[in-house]
Design a protein around this ligand. Structure first.
Ligand SMILES: Nc1nc2c(ncn2[C@@H]2O[C@H](COP(=O)(O)OP(=O)(O)OP(=O)(O)O)[C@@H](O)[C@H]2O)c(=O)[nH]1
Ligand SMILES: [Mg+2]
Length: 429
């Protein structure tokens, strides 16, 4: 089962604005009529109920949305780039390029992971009464891009936990129509399986996960990673083999409880129903005594204790009824917030403290000045500083938003070098 994937996502670049002038008969040069560039398409995750896992994304795939078309003369705006849709199964979590947490649960639900860039304005937009024939236009900006990680966390109501061989898969196959593999050796189940209990007025989705052994959290046995699939369950059904070939039931129970805590997501706090399994292997009187003893020992720390057998079917109806009765009273845990840090941490993102107006000025070692801030950087990304008219326009914008004043305050004098992003130029204001 592929429950993790890492993919490269890249929004389409915005189309460039156009520099164009109207041509009319008898008019040597008409007014500006360059249209705007279209916006780039987005990369979008789409929750698709027909998907079971993230296998289709394996092998570090790249997903790019289409770029916006460039603007054209006669005020023709460029078309928007097409979105790139990536179908993912319900239960998929991810962090988008801009860092927001995504949790896709309902089929059809969509989430943008990389936004397309903005289209640039055509020269028509820069026409004013004093600048009637602007010979510059904006470039479109690049789309967002980065590696993102996806993780599937199954959406089940009930998680079956227990040591290997406790009888979890046998129970799932008796309670639901699922047909997991059952065998008399440990670690038969290698990846989680789901089944649905159908009740008169409700359903319960049950997840059978591979057995846990002591030290699973440190990687012993198959490890404890499947426990991520239980994180969203409303309750646990903890199977304890009443007649284990090795060890004793109490130690078995404590081992699994220890691993639930060691997983670190609060699983030990989920409501727990204890099922003493394989009751057919003991005489009825011993089974009754065991249920009484376990109930006494665990008391209110569990929802209840019952005994069942997947071989004879005893106790299964009681278990089914109990699960369906308890579920509506339990509040499903809130969708787990995507962890800040760990595997979801975005490595290259830098959050800068923005000064007033969203920018600030720094003096560099060689005496030049650097203007920092996303807004100002975008402004320069959009214009060609080698185009004198564009530079004049930028100077005007920098004056309007107060950057020139901030530069002057920092010691700037006309003719000094100014840098913004990758651009460097002399300012003569
Ligand atoms: N007698 C008896 N045997 C059972 C019962 N339930 C399961 N078994 C047997 O116990 C063995 C293990 O059953 P599984 O259902 O595969 O156990 P599991 O907990 O899913 O095991 P792993 O997937 O390895 O963690 C198999 O040989 C089953 O036939 C039961 O109620 N009575
Ligand atoms: Mg199994």
């Amino acid at each position: 089962m592929y429950d993790k994937a890492k993919i490269w996502v890249e929004g389409g670049a915005g189309g460039n604005g156009c520099i164009s002038f109207r041509r009319e008969a008898h008019v040597p040069r008409g007014g500006p009529d360059g249209g705007d560039g279209g916006h780039g398409g987005d990369v979008v995750l789409v929750c698709d109920a027909s998907r079971r896992d993230l296998g289709a994304l394996k092998g570090s795939k790249h997903f790019r949305a289409q770029r916006g078309s460039h603007g054209e003369g006669s005020n023709r705006q460029g078309g928007r780039g097409e979105d790139r849709e990536i179908p993912v199964p319900p239960g998929t979590q991810a962090a988008s390029v801009d860092g927001s947490a995504i949790d896709l649960v309902e089929p059809g639900q969509r989430a943008v992971v990389a936004h397309g860039g903005r289209g640039g304005h055509g020269n028509k937009r820069f026409a004013t009464s004093t600048r009637q024939a602007p010979r510059f236009a904006e470039n479109g900006t690049g789309g967002e891009s980065d590696w993102i990680e996806l993780q599937l966390k199954l959406l089940a109501d009930v998680g079956l936990v227990g040591l290997p061989n406790a009888g979890k898969s046998s129970l799932l196959s008796r309670l639901t129509r699922a047909t997991p593999k059952v065998a008399d050796y440990p670690f038969t189940t290698l990846s989680p399986a789901l089944g649905t209990i159908e009740g008169e007025d409700g359903q319960a989705i049950v997840a059978d996960i591979p057995g846990l052994i002591e030290g699973a959290a440190e990687g012993a046995g198959l490890g404890h990673e499947f426990l991520a699939h239980v994180e969203r369950c409303s309750m646990l059904v903890h199977l304890v083999d009443l007649a284990p070939i090795e060890g004793d039931p109490i130690t078995a129970y404590e081992t699994v409880r220890g691993e639930l805590s060691a997983h670190g997501a609060g699983l030990e706090q989920l409501p727990e129903l204890v099922v003493l399994s394989k009751r057919d292997l003991l005489p009825p009187a011993e089974v009754e005594a065991a249920v009484a003893e376990w109930s006494e020992r665990l008391g209110d720390s569990v929802i209840g204790v019952l005994a069942a057998s997947s071989a004879t079917g005893e106790g299964l109806e009681e278990l089914r009824t109990r699960i369906l009765a308890e579920l509506p009273n339990l509040q499903a845990p809130l969708p787990a917030a995507v962890e800040a840090g760990g595997e979801f941490e975005a490595e290259h993102r830098v959050y800068r403290p923005a000064g007033e107006g969203g920018y600030w000025v720094e003096r560099e070692d060689d005496g030049g000045f650097r203007v920092l801030g996303r807004g100002v950087e975008l402004l320069f990304e959009r214009h060609d500083v080698k185009n004198e008219e564009a530079l004049a326009y930028l100077e005007q914008r920098l004056t309007e938003i107060g950057v020139i004043a901030a530069l002057t305050k920092a010691g700037f004098e006309a003719g000094d070098d100014v840098r913004v992003g990758e651009h460097e130029f002399e300012l003569h204001i």
